[in-house]
Design a protein around this ligand. Structure first.
Ligand SMILES: *[C@@H]1O[C@H](CO)[C@@H](O)[C@H](O)[C@H]1NC(C)=O
Ligand SMILES: *[C@@H]1O[C@H](CO)[C@@H](O)[C@H](O)[C@H]1NC(C)=O
Ligand SMILES: *[C@@H]1O[C@H](CO)[C@@H](O)[C@H](O)[C@H]1NC(C)=O
Ligand SMILES: *[C@@H]1O[C@H](CO)[C@@H](O)[C@H](O)[C@H]1NC(C)=O
Length: 482
């Protein structure tokens, strides 16, 4: 069967198949450029970050660690938007629109390269142009003698090693990177492409590894993104996520303009996330696999972020589904718990209410380092691993989350239990505690990044995680209808 016939037949199948789901009502609308990852003409990009979400130094011959694989499917052929030389662009090489002041600065250059790749990949819809899914890779090594990372956004000098993994000079390097451009494989109308590489440059065989391979049959279903991440002795702390980031403004963890997939920004409580996840290998006991991680930014007085790293605070909430992850929060360790829990009927339960507080639902809470009115005991978030201060709310599967469609038992959604989830992320995130200065108007909880993936947090041995993600969608729900 040739491709054109296949496209025709599958188009017929698709058109006679009525999709039904509780969310698929006329009251719901996707905020993504590519709802459910179904668009044949894929848009996917890559970014690699050092410990504080910058570049630092590019890897030799790899260019700036920003790349994209974007194409339209026209008359059964893939019409690529990004050339190999675009992907290889690195400091010192000008491109259209580049601000000259960024030409020789690896951090600024990467920011502008992302905007440039976005312009090549942009899908121009009347109201809301959009760009790509973002594959994000991060190396948790920090060379504390480098003073590369600020402390809660403030530039600081070097300090003694020991607190963070680092094998020595060069431990914060960027990875090798290879893009197997999407193409047809076989004769059945199947498309396939991928990104891969390693932090171990040169001849270190059996070192760290990352890979994301996407595959789809023309006209049918969703792209399936298969991810692999391997740590090594030199790179024991690695993160790999697939993100839906904002198409403009500051996405979670950035302090600069980004490009992405969220053409409308979802706001708590009125949105849900649907996705299919198949975790094939967990990545060991330290693998903090996030069934969903949401990121935003607001100031401690509730005002939206404006790029001032001294007062902007990145806010993350994530549910960790690795059943080996314990609840650090407990009646005897209130320091790891948020001050209170809010039930679906909006009842506040304080963490000292040992009869009622759902300790097992919280892995760890930490507060922004520059918050002035914290309730003790409190744990302060790591001040170095973001360009600005951060606040983290880490959840675990627990019966208390049933109302929102989240995992209610350890092991749900984990290896051997592939599922399609419909998560009331908006509802849940509207009732989480986040720090604010007393008496200030509550921040609008507008989420600029929604992602899935794992953070293998300082593994003792080489670990491998592998998972597939498909059908990803973010849907606005009508508050009246839901
Ligand atoms: C696609 O094919 C049609 C019919 O053969 C042709 O008219 C059209 O120009 C083609 N479009 C492109 C972009 O090649
Ligand atoms: C990435 O994939 C290519 C093509 O399959 C392969 O040749 C290369 O060795 C891979 N890179 C790494 C670092 O394994
Ligand atoms: C709220 O729910 C809790 C249990 O989840 C229940 O004990 C309490 O009575 C409810 N409060 C109201 C006002 O409905
Ligand atoms: C529990 O914590 C709340 C809020 O911090 C406080 O008002 C209350 O007095 C505490 N109760 C007990 C019994 O310590």
């Amino acid at each position: 069967m040739d491709l054109q016939n296949l496209v025709l037949i599958t188009a017929l199948i698709v058109s006679t198949f009525t999709f039904s789901s509780p969310l698929d009502e006329k009251h719901s609308i996707s905020v993504l450029g590519d709802p459910g990852m179904r668009r044949d003409g894929l848009r996917v990009a890559f970014e690699a970050w050092n410990f504080c979400n910058e570049v630092g130094t590019e890897a030799p011959l790899m260019g700036s660690p920003r790349a994209a694989d974007c194409f339209d499917l026209t008359n059964s052929s893939l019409n690529h938007k990004v050339s190999e030389s675009d992907n290889k662009l690195g400091v010192g090489k000008p491109f259209q629109g580049l601000n000259p002041s960024a030409l020789n600065n690896a951090d600024l250059y990467a920011v502008e390269k992302e905007l440039y790749l976005g312009s090549l990949c942009e899908v121009r819809e009347a109201q809301n142009p959009w760009h790509f899914w973002m594959v994000m890779l991060k190396n948790g090594n920090y060379d504390t003698t480098s003073s590369l990372c600020p402390e809660n956004g403030k530039k600081v000098g070097p300090f003694k090693p020991g607190r963070f993994p680092c094998f020595g000079n060069g431990c914060m390097n960027q990875p090798s990177f290879y893009n197997e451009r999407t193409s047809f494989v076989g004769s059945g109308g199947r498309m396939r492409g991928g990104f891969n590489g390693s932090y171990d440059l040169g001849s270190d065989v059996g070192g760290s590894y990352f890979e994301v391979i996407w595959e789809k049959n023309v006209g049918v279903g969703s792209w399936v993104f298969n991810h692999k991440l391997k740590t090594s002795k030199k790179y024991p702390w690695l993160m790999l996520y697939l993100r839906a980031d904002a198409t403009k403004g500051f996405s979670g963890g950035y302090h600069y303009d980004t490009r992405g997939m969220l053409k409308i920004l979802p706001e708590s409580p009125n949105f849900k996330v649907r996705l299919s996840l198949n975790v094939k290998q967990g990545g060991g006991p330290k693998s903090q696999f996030y069934l969903i991680d949401i990121g935003s930014c607001w100031k401690n007085n509730g005002a939206p972020c404006d790029g001032d790293v001294l007062t902007d605070i990145t806010r993350y909430s994530e549910m960790i589904i690795n059943p080996e992850t314990p609840a650090w929060c407990s009646p005897t360790s209130l320091v790891s718990c948020p001050p209170y829990h809010v039930t679906p009927n909006n009842t506040k339960i304080y963490r000292n209410d040992t009869a009622n507080f759902p300790y097992g639902a919280y892995h760890y809470y930490c507060a922004p380092g520059n918050a002035k009115y914290l309730e003790s005991p409190v744990s302060i978030c790591d001040p170095y691993s973001n360009p600005q201060g951060q606040e983290l709310m880490q959840l675990l599967p627990h019966p208390i989350w049933a109302e929102y469609g989240y995992p209610t038992k350890q092991g749900q959604g984990w290896v051997g239990d592939p599922r399609t989830w419909e998560l009331d992320v908006g509802g849940l995130s509207s009732r989480l505690y986040f720090y604010q200065d007393p008496g200030t108007p509550p921040a609008k909880r507008v989420w600029t990044s929604i992602d899935v993936g794992t953070e293998i947090f300082v593994s003792d041995k080489d670990e491998v995680a592998e998972w597939t993600l498909s059908d990803f969608d973010v849907i606005l729900t009508n508050p009246v209808a839901s």
